[in-house]
Ligand binder design. Structure first.
Ligand SMILES: [Zn+2]
Length: 338
């Protein structure tokens, strides 16, 4: 019997030294998808769609919740254990900050992750990912939070379906909110003993980004990119077996609504209601994506096996080859004639 036990441990040690991930238990993530619940704490922002004349309201909680749901989905598929502060987007499950901290502390999680979207609060328009951890810029209160924040921000900033105005920003909350008082920082990170961060994925008051964030799949893309950063933090990047391809289809003409500030590719008119088709390299149809009518031109295909694919736009001759890699994002933007 003793011999068998010794043999078991010898084999285990051998397996561990061959592949340390073999010995790791599934990492547990405690997720806090933002705040609000279609109320005043939710930064409601109306927007009018020039093409249809419809008026709709963007709520920060909608995109935070969609991103959170995407993160649960992607990370569970990759073997993580997930806990979340909300299963609905209502005022009732918009928990108090200190309640969230207490739940996180008792969850047995390895990491705390809070999903948000940003706004400048002034007229100036910006767009870049901002990840904030507890501590000073060069001294996180919990070791590892800074490298996690850097990895997540890097994958978000690589998203070519967005238009970015600045490089990524990673900050400690005691440095970033230095005028709030000595070691005050963000309420949701206060008393938090887990490695973790608050992730401001992008700026919803940049109108083209707000239009993209109205699309739940764009929020899922943000989640997918966050998951790549989390994988990197846990040394699990090799475990993911599928990839994603996404992008934006725009017309080769100026945007119809020039009432808002836009930069670079966002100066062109996004294509509404066009169909992007995913094909095998020989042209065989695999799937299609109907772009919504919310002035974002966004499409996405996920859960794809690595390999070569062909993308076409229905009703046109536009076609592009794309390579999908395991546990990575590929991007393919189109500018087409109207
Ligand atoms: Zn927020």
């Amino acid at each position: 019997m003793k011999k068998n036990i010794a043999l078991f441990f010898a084999l285990l040690v051998a397996a561990c030294s061959f592949n340390p991930a073999y010995c790791q238990k599934a990492p547990r993530i405690f997720l806090n998808p933002g705040h609000g619940g279609h109320d005043s704490n939710d930064r409601p922002t109306p927007l009018r769609l020039v093409a249809s004349g419809d008026s709709i309201t963007y709520y920060e909680s909608d995109s935070n919740f969609a991103t959170g749901e995407g993160l649960i989905d992607y990370l569970e598929k990759k073997g993580y254990e997930m806990a979340t502060t909300r299963h609905n987007n209502t005022s009732d499950d918009d928990l108090d900050l200190f309640e969230i901290v207490a739940l996180a502390a008792n969850s047995g999680a390895d990491l705390f992750f809070s999903v948000h979207s940003n706004a400048t609060g002034v007229k100036k328009r910006l767009n870049f990912p901002l990840t904030i951890f507890r501590g000073y810029d060069n001294a996180p209160a919990v070791a590892g939070s800074d490298s996690l924040a850097r990895a997540v921000a890097r994958h978000l900033r690589a998203n070519e379906a967005s238009v970015w105005t600045h490089r990524l920003r990673v900050a400690g909350d005691w440095s970033f909110y230095y005028n709030w008082g000595y070691k005050t920082g963000l309420g949701v990170l206060r008393y938090n003993k887990l490695p973790g961060l608050l992730c401001e994925g992008s700026f919803f008051d940049y109108m083209p980004e707000r239009c993209r964030k109205l699309n739940a799949d764009f929020c899922r893309l943000e989640a997918w990119n966050q998951s790549l950063g989390i994988d990197e933090y846990f040394g699990r990047s090799q475990k993911g077996k599928t990839g994603v391809v996404a992008g934006v289809v725009r017309y080769d003409c100026e945007r119809a609504d020039t009432s808002y500030i836009a930069f670079e590719a966002d100066l062109k008119q996004p294509a509404n209601q066009r169909v992007v088709v995913l094909r095998k390299p020989n042209g065989q149809r695999i799937a299609h994506y109907l772009i919504d009518n919310l002035n974002n031109g966004f499409y996405m295909f996920d859960d794809l096996k690595p390999g070569r694919y062909l993308l076409t736009i229905e009703g046109s001759n536009y076609r592009r080859e794309v390579v999908v890699k395991a546990n990575a994002s590929s991007y393919c933007n189109f500018v087409i004639a109207k």
